[in-house]
Design a protein around this ligand. Sequence first.
Ligand code: IBG
Length: 221
Amino acid sequence: MAEKVVLHYLNGRGRMESIRWLLAVAEVEFDEVFLETREQYEKLLSDGALMFQQVPMVEIDGMKLIQTKAILNYIAEKYNLDGKDIKDRAMVNMYSEGVMDLMEMIMLLIISPDPKPKLDNIESKAKKRYLPVFEKALSGPIYLVGGKLSRADVQLLECTLMLEEKFPGILADFPNVKSFQGRMTRIPAISEFLQPGSKRKQQPDEKYKKAIMEVFQIKLP
Ligand code: IBG
């Protein structure tokens, strides 16, 4: 029997959250080991579990996978959440990379000494650069690429929910994206993942910030 998938990261969203989303949509059960102390992280390092001394790390199919995008690619390929052919896969990757650029900006807010200008920049980029692309792509099709659910859809949903947390009403000018969000949240595995008590993580808080500083020895003001 296949070993259970195990996620090694902090108890927060960060770079692991998209992986949690994708596993949830693929209906793969997983356990989580939360890094709370520097010692836990150093133990992973001394065990040789982290190729580039970084997390996320995911134990899956007898491997210890690192690098967020490599992990997402593996899960997407394994569970048919990528494109049906090489061209569709290129489109899926392009959408997915765009969404990840935007989500990374939000993720990094927690370690910013002065988040306000960064927030303004994120809102402006979201409205002017990213959301118009998805509004156009979804004017008709149900999913972003090739008429089938892919990791790009899952990550777009994750991203739009994050955006609404920061900027309520931001989707008002993007009705196709808003309808897409409604459709996606009705997919049973997603609806379950959105329920309280699921493995989805909440917005970053002080405890999570403290863990980042402690585990990665980052000095924040
Ligand atoms: N390219 C890698 C990936 O995508 O997996 C980058 C991984 C990465 O930067 N991981 C950080 C790490 O392990 C944790 S994310 N750092 C240790 C090191 O020595 O490089 C931590 C995080 C931050 C800010 I910093 C916000 C949220 C999480």
